[in-house]
Design a protein around this ligand. Sequence first.
Ligand SMILES: O=C(O)C[C@H](Nc1ncnc2c1ncn2[C@@H]1O[C@H](COP(=O)(O)O)[C@@H](O)[C@H]1O)C(=O)O
Length: 469
Amino acid sequence: MQTRDIFANISPLDHRYSRRKENFEELGKYLSENATIEFQAEVELALVKVLAVRGMAPKKAPAEVEKAIEELTTEEVYAEEAKTKHNIRALVNCIQKKVSEETRPYIHFTATSYDIVDTANSLRYQKAAKELILPKLKELHKSWAEIALREKDRVQIGRTHGQHAVPVTFGFTIAEYVARLGERIAEIEAKSEKLVGKFAGAVGAYNASGIFFEDPEEFEKEVLAELGLKPGEHSTQIVQAEPMTDFVHALVSTFSVLAAFSDDMRHLQRSEIAEIGEHFGKDQVGSSTMPHKRNPINYENVKSLWKAFMPQMTTVYMDQLSEHQRDLTNSASSRFIPELIAALLSAVARLTRVSSKMAVDQENIKKNFEQNKKMIVAEPLYILLAAAGHPDAHEAVRKLTLKAQKTDLSLKELVDQSEELQGYWGKFTENQKELILEPEKYTGIAAQKTEKIVKNWQRKFNYDLKTEV
Ligand SMILES: O=C(O)C[C@H](Nc1ncnc2c1ncn2[C@@H]1O[C@H](COP(=O)(O)O)[C@@H](O)[C@H]1O)C(=O)O
């Protein structure tokens, strides 16, 4: 069997779920191993810049380091690591080989490896959030907002416990996810901004930098400011774990919102419900054996990916523990965060594609609503009877529903047959009677609430919608 390079990769995220070249380039800028080393080198450069400003390193040092970094390759660093068995020392050695003797001592000066590693990770995840994750999520959010607005008045039966409950609108159903995803996007934004760096040395007490600087915390701030970061209140050899825990939690809980949406949409595609459909290409096959099938494969894929990556949160919680001033047990485990981000973005891309072509079956949504139309007015009928003074309205209506189930009669027709209930009916206003006679009007403020939610997020995220509010 012939193989192509791309398919020689082990992780499905490197072939099956990110097949397009642009995908690799876009994600690779922040998430690849090349990016890991590039961002670490950027931190080493920030250090030299501050040392030069402070008059310790030669003035030419930053330019030399910048050039060295441009020439640096991941292969080179890996070859060096094969000798040193230490990845950051390998990076430092590679940079040192490319600069002058005068500059050489200031590469990694007073730094411990995790001044570089943790700072670089915070930097790249912060940038990935700002430049990649948030724009992609906002694009998906916008497509949901558009559906919500377009469908705000389309009456749909609300379902609880998988049973017909009382009416909503389809727009309102989607507005739930506009609100939930919107709030998660804001959370990713906030938590990415709270990621911290460090330049506090091997145990976090500024032992090495304290030899040279009276104000080692100020020195730390200057190095981090070069990168647009701030330090945490306290560091050991590593940064406080919680800002990263919170950031990843924001990502994972966003993924959970996508999975919940996918589950809901998948159920609405069940043959017996069939209220929405995924766009199907003219050559697309639903089943290898049942040619008529049109399966909700995209929503199933999102849930499946979520199942693979959501448990990674447990690892992130475990990475909160590190012995004394640090142990290395968070090192290998934290290298999988980029995969989690890649999986999330794969789900986002898929849902954006599917959502923009979501087909709403107007007839089925109406047909399903009509199916239990006579029963769903039980709630307003009982409440109106109670408000009109009926002493046991819930029980009276429960009995009516039992009768209605056995006959073809609607609850209103059964009310008409009861002299007692007729008396209360006479006390209802015309609007109240309408709710019983036309259950499609019993949607509460579903449409207004949908508009309010969409408008709120449209303002916050500052996007235009196809159908303006
Ligand atoms: O600044 C320092 O280096 C301080 C030193 N601690 C270390 N800090 C950071 N990295 C270290 C440390 N020790 C090892 N290594 C190297 O980390 C790499 C771990 O590789 P992997 O398990 O694949 O994630 C792998 O390359 C390891 O060699 C200490 O003794 O406290």
